[in-house]
Design a binder for this molecule. Sequence first.
Ligand code: ZN
Length: 238
Amino acid sequence: MKVTVWNEFRHEVEPGHESGKVYPEGIHKVIAGFLAEAGFDVKTATLDEPEHGLTDEVLADTDVLIWWGHMAHHEVSDEIVQKVFDRVMFGGMGFIALHSGHFSKPFGKLMGTGCNLKWNEYGESERVWVINPAHPITKGLPEYFDVPKTEMYGERFDIPQPDDLVFISWYPSGEVFRSGCCWSRGKGKVFYFSPGHETYPIYKQKEIQQVIINAVNWAAPTGTEVTYGRWFDRFDKK
Ligand code: ZN
């Protein structure tokens, strides 16, 4: 299974920014690291590479694309966004949007809604509840787990009704959030997972890594063929 981890990679290299201390090599390297350890064939791509690292060859060679972006969503070219969208819809590539990727162009295009939400950065804890234990993305997880320090993401989250709601997060301040959501889009699958603020070591937490590993397995293309347009088969063969 071929996974490409895309990261905007701007906060980590901003002088003095906290995320550079937490992720000196970049968020994408940490995610790629635990995915490679889990046995996946992993590439990385970043915003400032030519074509944002997502050339036709790279996209054609990607089964699941993971997306982390925050401050530079608007710098992602519409042409690349269209290619990502087409690869999901017609090629069956899985797309996993993480954290502030809720406002990324490809996720917004796949959802068709504003994808807005509430947030604060008080650094409170987050309790992630498994609410669909039959779903493969929850494999090996406890009933709930805590992220010690997080950025609160709260409802309402302006997304289409998920096909499967896998996680709900709760925060001591009282907010709740649909933190793990699944959709089918064309031939492809989309998963959104909210934990992952850039100034906390959230992607180094075992349970978080397990969710992302499970999500990659779930989002893999099925390879099932689809035909659109006039259907020949039975009558034309007579
Ligand atoms: Zn954040």
